[in-house]
Design a protein around this ligand. Structure first.
Ligand code: 15L
Length: 268
């Protein structure tokens, strides 16, 4: 594809991975952006922008066809840091996209937008959001923001509730949450190219037997995961989950227990 695609978070783990993998599958007009430059090759187009800066964000999104939005703090942080980087940054980006008539946004949502669901509950794309942290709340906000901008302004979007996207799965929780780099790339590609996307929520997971998520919406859109966590031998809990019994009850794991002051029994 030679339409202009902007990848935010291009210096980060997954944004950087996608900046390279999309090129490999035939995207010829990619531009990466981030608030710092890291691991960007000389021949790659890159622009330093902080999404908190609305003017620069508007300028950067001119003539862009689609945005792959992975630029955010990727873990739990203070309420203020999440508010300014993830919530305001994402709001600025969508507003810039509306002004410049960007057609599509692929939003990196997260399993932490639904992290307070119990591990015994099977979810699908219509399940209620249950953020497990300030971080998860910023992802739930992004999902709602993208729905508004699709319905009201025709900026179409696909939100990927990413599980655990790592080169290799590491612990028992990943048996339910893992997605390979290749499978995530495939989902992003579908989000950019599929003809009839309005606003979609899909799960970023490979083909895992122990998945907590019914991802049939993604399959309907053409997703055919190539990888499965089932091929790896994994028995151990992560160090964090090992010493945290509450984390084992909820899909979001240790994100649910950070600063927890509630009553576990109340979270049905
Ligand atoms: C995420 O959303 C985080 O960005 C990543 O660091 C992992 O914690 C992942 O979720 C996960 O739940 O495994």
């Amino acid at each position: 594809m030679n339409k202009k695609i902007l990848v935010t978070g291009a210096s980060g783990h997954l944004g950087g991975m996608l900046f390279n993998s999309l090129e490999k599958i035939g995207y010829t007009n990619l531009i990466g952006t981030d608030l710092r430059r890291k691991n960007i090759k000389k021949n790659q187009k890159f622009i330093l922008v902080n999404l908190k800066n609305f003017k620069s964000t508007v300028k950067m999104t001119k003539d862009v066809y689609a945005i792959v939005h992975f630029g955010a703090i990727p873990i739990e942080d203070t309420q203020q840091n999440i508010l300014h980087n993830n919530i305001i940054g994402t709001y600025n980006l969508f507003e810039a996209a509306r002004i410049n008539k960007v057609k599509r946004i692929i939003f990196a949502s997260s399993n932490h937008a639904i992290g307070f669901h119990r591990r015994t509950t099977r979810l699908n794309e219509t399940s209620t959001q249950r953020p497990d942290s300030h971080y998860g709340l910023s992802k739930a906000f992004g999902e709602d923001l993208s729905r508004l901008y699709a319905d009201k302004f025709s900026v179409k979007s696909m939100c990927i509730r990413i599980g655990s996207c790592l080169k290799i799965p590491e612990d028992r929780r990943h048996l339910s949450t893992w997605i390979s780099y290749e499978d995530l790339t495939q989902l992003v590609d579908i989000g950019i190219k599929h003809k009839s996307i309005h606003h979609e929520i899909v799960y970023g997971a490979s083909k895992n037997k122990k998945s907590w998520w019914n991802n049939s919406r993604a399959y309907k859109l053409g997703y055919k995961p190539k990888d499965s966590v089932d091929l790896f031998k994994i028995n151990s809990l992560s160090k964090n989950e090992h010493k945290d019994k509450m984390a084992l009850l909820f899909q979001g794991g240790v994100f649910t227990t950070a600063n927890f002051k509630g009553n576990i029994k109340d979270i049905k």
